[in-house]
Write a protein that binds this ligand. Sequence first.
Ligand SMILES: [Zn+2]
Length: 260
Amino acid sequence: MPLPPPPRVLCVQAHPDDETIWTGGTMARLRAEGAEVDVVTTTWAAGAPRHGELVDALRTLGLPRDPIMLGYADGGVPDSSPRPALVDAPFDEEVAALTGHVRALRPDIILTTDAFGIYGHPDHIHTHRLALAAAEAAAEPLLYPDAGDPWQVSSAYLVTVSRSRARRAWERVMSARDQRAAIPPAAEIGSPDSRIDLVVDVHAVLDRKWSALQAHRTEFARSRTLRAIRDLDEQTRADLLGWECYLRRDLVRGGRDLLL
Ligand SMILES: [Zn+2]
């Protein structure tokens, strides 16, 4: 029996670098299987330095098209965009904008973060809500009728981290972060294995994922988290970045498998 065609996938993440840290290996594997994959990044303006770095990261992962920038300001970097902060802008306006992109790209699957934004970052939590709201709105013809023809997304995959696999790495990375940030203990971040629906082994594309992450040059200069990931020994870093774990949420009966 011939294999079904690979799914069309839209990855919706908050900041330039989230697409690579959390879902970069999955996207590289999907591209190798011939899948169409696009990325929406909800913060940062097109033309900012981090936009160019994101373009470089996507090319390294094998994505031929540029990212779509929703263009809201990063909650931690007000000058990332002249527009309002992602968490402060009118939610309906944000959903309408993302719905238009979903209807234009017609993805079978949306990738975004889990409900806690993996470690509680407000922009990540907001992006999760926005992605799921737009996935539902895209199929409803009475909502945003000017934003394109309705489109039904089949499944959402919410990336999380496995507490058991990544705990040691997280303890090191989180201890390097600014301790004023309200972050729960590493033992509570991510999901227990019993809740995880899909574990994607990305060790085969880990070199590519690591190269893509390093394309985010200015973020390595700014972010303690990224420098802490860089400073991990190779095995611990592979424990953190070599597995991409998802909670699967089918939006239609049967949903859609992410990988063939
Ligand atoms: Zn982020």
